[in-house]
Design a binder for this molecule. Structure first.
Ligand code: HEM
Ligand SMILES: [Cu+2]
Length: 628
């Protein structure tokens, strides 16, 4: 399969990302042409200068071309032709496997990591452009439309990519290992879930050339129905992410249900895996709603339906409800994996068992269930029946109880621990302090009287950046510093990592804390002009934001320096972790385990002298860490 010995140009030809790109672009042209043919003389196209159907057909054909180029049709075809099932896409070695359909879950994890990081940086760059505009109270760098498109692109790209940021790289890589399995339940679907992400990101970026889109990440009707063709890019790419999330969720649930090694009981399951299960339940239940809702908007724009068009009997308010039925669980799709990571990391560096394991599980399950009962808090001022407001206010505030459990677990684990302030630990601790501020400010937004005056202001902006960036993104970096050395076999430069952490922590808070005040003082979201008296705050915030961006740049430098230039090998178990994943050699063998491990303990027995290793692995228990 892999063509060492052949010249480079020969190896580049085949089913890989290059042919996928070529077929994708060709597919777009073909689809666009077909769409144009279909719509000739159609009423809906008369009097407009843009052909949404042709653009959608272009996207659909582009996606098909992309997947065919990668070889996703080979297996179904060969099965149709009567050949037996096999996993021959699982390649053993060679850099080529990172650029094509590969069914090794460890390859998929790294593919996800690089892709998500890339789009995260692009979205972050957009944030810098936004903050540059906000250096002055009036319109300067961008006009109102361009500014709105920038905000929309930043928000949508961030949410699309961050939904995949932890499950993509870390759950795909580590969940099978943590439960003692050799692979995921559906390896080909696993690869598909990843290969849907790059086209989603690229298509969203294509909105720039299609006139942008004015709706923010929420895509509200009726604005969405009137928007330029950039809206089509939003609809198609976000729907692709919805599809990908559904596949990821299904695959994770099936894997944990059916592939656990003997002895891996539900109470020995690492807490990170519980976080993944809860997230997956949300993905499976919420992401299809997103997909269908966006498909309905697409039909409104292309096929003259009127789901959300008030002028033709539809209801824009229905869109808001459907969107937030997905949108609120989505915020927990972002938060729960973060809970899982930090609770996984805390015991390792406090050298103590995870305090209140069952409480943590109950907290996560509680958040999962409640998150489907709160969505109307986004619509408090959108004409909701006012008798319903107290109900949604109550359910929303109830979420602080299971979330509070997670904080208790964290505090209980740290209490009297021998804390080692390593970089993953610092990021985990920062997670708690940031998320606390995010959560506390959320109480003001779930409270109808205070929401009425803060809604649509920078107070909301500060709140959700505290939860998503302060929570999820900090947890993402905790995961990177904790696990990436295991995934790549290379260690990070410690000094650069510490500079990254302190820069990011300090300037994150300098960037977003003042925005609570700006919101209270009446600064509205999504417009580039503000009252001159807010100029001082905004200059401070913009400069902090640039320094925050700089700290991420330090991370990038560290990544390139450590993983490409210095390449110092990492130990197999650099943190003396009891986790099963750290008992394997580095790099992890293609089959993970030589033979199926038998699980004999949970991974949190730190400081317990008679704690058994998590599993008895052959051949040597050399790296097994026990007391600490
Ligand atoms: C470098 C750090 C970041 C900065 C400086 C930043 C800045 C901003 C600003 C200024 C806005 C609002 C603009 C406006 O309403 O006029 C915004 C919106 C937004 N940001 Fe960020 N952001 C950052 C990181 C993130 C991250 C990590 C996420 C998510 C993972 C995120 C998600 C969003 C979302 C969802 C919106 C709302 C877009 C909308 O209104 O639809 N941001 N950001
Ligand atoms: Cu919500």
């Amino acid at each position: 399969m892999n063509g060492t010995g052949r010249p480079l140009w020969r190896r580049l030809i085949g089913q890989n990302v290059l042919s996928a790109l070529a077929l994708g672009i060709g597919g777009y042209a073909l689809g666009h042409w077909v769409g144009t043919r279909i719509t000739v003389g159609m009423d809906s196209q008369l009097g407009t200068d843009q052909n949404d159907l042709a653009i959608f057909m272009g996207f659909v054909f582009a996606l098909l071309g992309w997947l065919i180029g990668l070889g996703f049709l080979n297996y179904p075809m060969s099965r149709l032709a009567g050949r037996p099932p096999s996993l021959r896409e699982k390649e053993e070695a060679g850099p080529g496997r990172y650029f094509r359909l590969c069914t090794d879950h460890k390859v998929v994890g790294l593919q996800y990591f690089v892709t998500v990081l890339l789009f995260f940086l692009i979205a972050g760059l957009n944030a810098m452009f936004i903050r540059a505009e906000l250096l002055t109270p009036n319109e300067k760098l961008w006009n109102a439309n361009q500014y709105l498109s920038l905000v929309s692109l930043h928000g949508t790209m961030m949410l699309m990519m961050m939904s995949a940021a932890i499950l993509g790289p870390f759950a795909n890589y580590f969940v099978p290992i943590m439960i003692g399995a050799r692979r995921m339940a559906f390896p080909r679907l696993e690869s598909l879930s990843f290969w849907l992400v790059p086209p989603a990101g690229l298509i969203l970026l294509s909105a720039i050339f299609l006139g942008g889109f004015p709706t923010g990440w929420t895509g509200y009707a009726p604005l969405a129905n009137e928007a330029r063709a950039g809206m089509d890019a939003y609809l198609f790419s976000f729907a692709l992410i919805g599809l990908s999330m559904t596949i990821v969720g299904t695959n994770m649930i099936a894997t944990v249900l059916t592939m656990r090694a003997p002895g891996m009981t539900w109470t020995r399951l690492p807490i990170f895996v519980w976080g993944v299960i809860c997230t997956s339940i949300l993905m499976v239940l919420a992401a299809p709603v997103l997909f269908s809702t966006l498909a309905m908007v697409a039909l409104d724009r292309t096929a003259d339906t009127s789901f959300f068009l008030a002028s033709a009997g539809g209801s824009p308010f229905l869109y808001d409800n459907l969107f937030w039925f997905f949108g609120h669980p989505e915020v927990y799709i972002l938060a729960l994996p973060g809970f899982g990571i930090v609770l996984e990391i805390l015991p390792v560096f406090a050298r103590k068992p995870l305090w209140g394991y069952r409480l943590a599980v109950a907290g996560m399950v509680g958040v999962t269930l409640l998150s489907f009962m709160v969505w109307q808090h986004h619509l408090f001022v959108s004409g909701i029946n006012s008798d319903l407001r107290p109900f949604y206010m109550l359910t929303t505030e109830l979420i602080s109880i299971p979330t509070g459990f997670i904080f208790l677990n964290g505090l209980g684990t740290l209490w009297r621990g021998h804390i080692r302030f390593t970089v993953p630990m610092l990021f985990s601790l920062a997670f708690f302090s940031n998320f606390l501020l995010g959560g506390l400010s959320g109480v003001f937004l779930s409270d109808v009287p205070s929401d009425v005056s803060t809604h649509g202001s920078y107070f909301v902006m500060a709140h959700f950046h505290y939860t998503i960036m302060g929570g999820l993104v900090f947890a993402f970096f905790a995961g990177i510093y904790y696990w990436l050395p295991k995934m790549t076999g290379l260690r990070f430069n410690e000094l650069l990592a510490k500079i990254h952490f302190w820069g990011m922590f300090v300037f994150f808070n300098c960037t977003f804390a003042p925005l609570f005040a700006a919101g209270m003082l009446g600064m509205p979201r999504r417009v580039s002009i503000y009252a001159p008296r807010l100029h001082g705050i905004n200059i401070f915030v913009s400069i902090s934001a640039f320094l925050l961006g700089l700290s991420i740049l330090v991370f990038l430098v560290n990544l390139v320096y450590s993983m490409v230039i210095a390449r110092i090998p990492a130990e197999a178990n650099p943190w003396q972790s009891r986790g099963l994943e750290f008992q394997l050699p580095t790099p992890v063998p293609v089959t993970n385990f030589e033979r199926t491990p038998v699980i004999q303990a949970d991974p949190y027995g730190y400081g317990e002298p008679d704690a058994l290793p998590v599993a008895a692995l052959s051949p040597s228990p050399a790296t097994v860490a026990g007391a600490g």
